[in-house]
Ligand binder design. Structure first.
Ligand code: ATP
Length: 266
């Protein structure tokens, strides 16, 4: 009797997100140049770089607000380069843009329900309140009247409660107190533990690198470092890569020092 055939190798899991040689920007302005980036399924990736490097432009290209002029975008292995933003949301993409991404004139409950899958509205509200109990007392409040930290928390638990495949987070903690930032990062961590993939643009570089397993560093629209987040934690490496921008054309590309914005306590 012949030996049984060895089991077929398990199919490799497609990354949650893949950008292949993407060039993108605004009318007449190329910002991203030949960017290749991957976010593993269920993994957390930090996207760092000086002001004006193109981080937000990259997130907008992933969410479908900008169409690449070259290259491809894949979501869970499927090409989505030409797919409009709302169709990407239906595939499980959730975008938390800088400036909160909530509807300020709607109530907290309406904000939660609006993003909920149909038929799961109550569950979405319950999960959100469980993750951030303070929201329980704020459900009837108009979202625009919440504090900055509460609005960010609402944007985040809204995403958490709807269990997307991939979340894009742009400068979630900007201007918030360290204690609020701690709570936001707890929820981000819980999201990743539940299997949601995360692409994180974050001014708190140290915290972003603690959460992420991999990191990409953008400078002037190009990837100048990609690898384990731990490698980038080494300050020498970090400064080395960022120094690429110092002394070059910094107009609209970097702040005066060429360094990324950092939180005051870092
Ligand atoms: P920051 O940390 O300051 O938010 P960033 O790395 O997110 O920076 P982007 O916001 O992507 O950088 O900006 C990259 C470049 O694109 C900058 O030169 C910026 O001036 C330009 N840019 C951004 N938005 C637009 C727009 N709507 N139209 C034209 N150019 C834009």
């Amino acid at each position: 009797m012949s030996a049984p055939a060895p089991p077929a190798p398990a199919p490799a899991t497609a990354p949650a997100l893949a950008l292949e040689n993407v060039t993108s920007g605004y009318q007449g302005t190329t910002v991203l140049r030949d960017v290749t980036l991957r976010v593993p399924a269920g993994g957390a990736v930090a996207l760092l770089g000086p002001n004006g490097a193109g981080k937000t432009t990259l997130l907008r290209t992933v969410s479908g607000l900008l169409r690449p002029t070259a290259g491809q975008v894949y979501f869970d292995g499927a090409k989505v380069t030409a797919l409009p933003a709302h169709r990407r949301v239906r595939l499980g993409l959730c975008d938390i843009p800088e400036g909160r991404g909530i509807f300020p004139s709607l109530t907290v409950r309406e904000n939660l329900v609006l993003q909920s899958p149909r038929g799961r509205e109550k569950q979405t509200v319950d999960v959100a309140v469980e993750a951030f109990p303070r929201l329980g007392n704020l459900l009837k409040r108009t979202a625009g009247t919440l504090s900055g930290g509460e609005q960010q928390m609402l944007a985040l638990v809204r995403a958490y409660a709807t269990e997307p495949r991939l979340v894009l987070v742009d400068e979630l903690s900007l201007g918030l107190a360290p204690l609020v930032v701690d709570r936001l990062f707890e929820i981000l961590t819980a999201m990743v533990e539940r299997g949601t993939a995360l692409l994180l643009v974050e001014q708190y570089v140290t915290r972003a690198l603690e959460l992420a397993s991999e990191a990409y560093l953008l400078a002037r629209g190009s990837v100048v470092f990609s690898g384990p987040a731990a490698d980038l934690s080494d300050a020498d490496v970090f400064e080395h890569y960022l120094s690429i921008d110092v002394g070059r054309d910094t107009a609209g590309q970097a702040d005066d020092s060429g360094t990324p914005r950092r939180a005051p306590d870092e």
